[in-house]
Design a protein around this ligand. Sequence first.
Ligand code: GLP
Length: 261
Amino acid sequence: MEIIILPTAAEASEVAARLIARQVREKPSSVLGLATGSTPCKLYQLLARMHREDGLDFSKATTFNLDEYVNLDPTHPASYHQFMEENFFSHVNLRRESVHIPDGMVADVPAHCAEYERAIRKAGGIDLQILGLGSDGHLGFNEPGSSLASRTRIKTLTERTRSDNARFFTGAQEVPHHVITMGLGTIMESRMCLLLAFGKAKAEAVAASVEGPVTASVPGSLLQFHPQAKVLLDAESASSLRRAEYYQGVYQNKPSWQTDL
Ligand code: GLP
């Protein structure tokens, strides 16, 4: 795991944007795994600007989103379909047929989940997966207790996550109980994982994920087993890390051939 701590979320988002831009420039047909939530909003703005001003080209890229609510119309303002449209898709030149988000309205959820897994495999697997972190340590919507080998499937949200996400709805009662999410096993097959977590509310989940034992009780901790995981933090989300100074020293003193960010 590479832990990168920057003073602010904006600076950490810039590093993430440069990493993704490099990935897309080196391999225009990259398969990107996308996340929703407040955390990646700035990152999507930066990528949109790179597209507009520097010609960053997404026309050959393919994307797979992590998750979606079940039984929430894709036109609902809090749906992840809407989120992606507003925050990213409408600002870049991804081809519509190359964009994938789980469909929470399907009648046969297990068949749809199996098809989602097949589509990821058919696309050649995910090159770079963007991840946020729930305040309870969840990745995608893999709540604590999720199988570390899980695949795309239906999950039930914890009350904590429902209340964390209530701000996107008119009230906590409106937040669906069920979601479709890529599994932890699916996420772990991505060639690179880029976890972003910002703000004081994430400090405990970050410390447990980075420095705690690997456990299904903290899904983020599974990234300790990933061969290419980068964790981008701001000062607040890094504030409970015991080895923060060491990580900062590593980042500031990288050999010149590694300082590409
Ligand atoms: C949601 C999403 C996750 C996201 C998490 C954190 O539950 N399903 O993918 O990482 O929230 O959200 P935020 O970035 O808004 O704190």
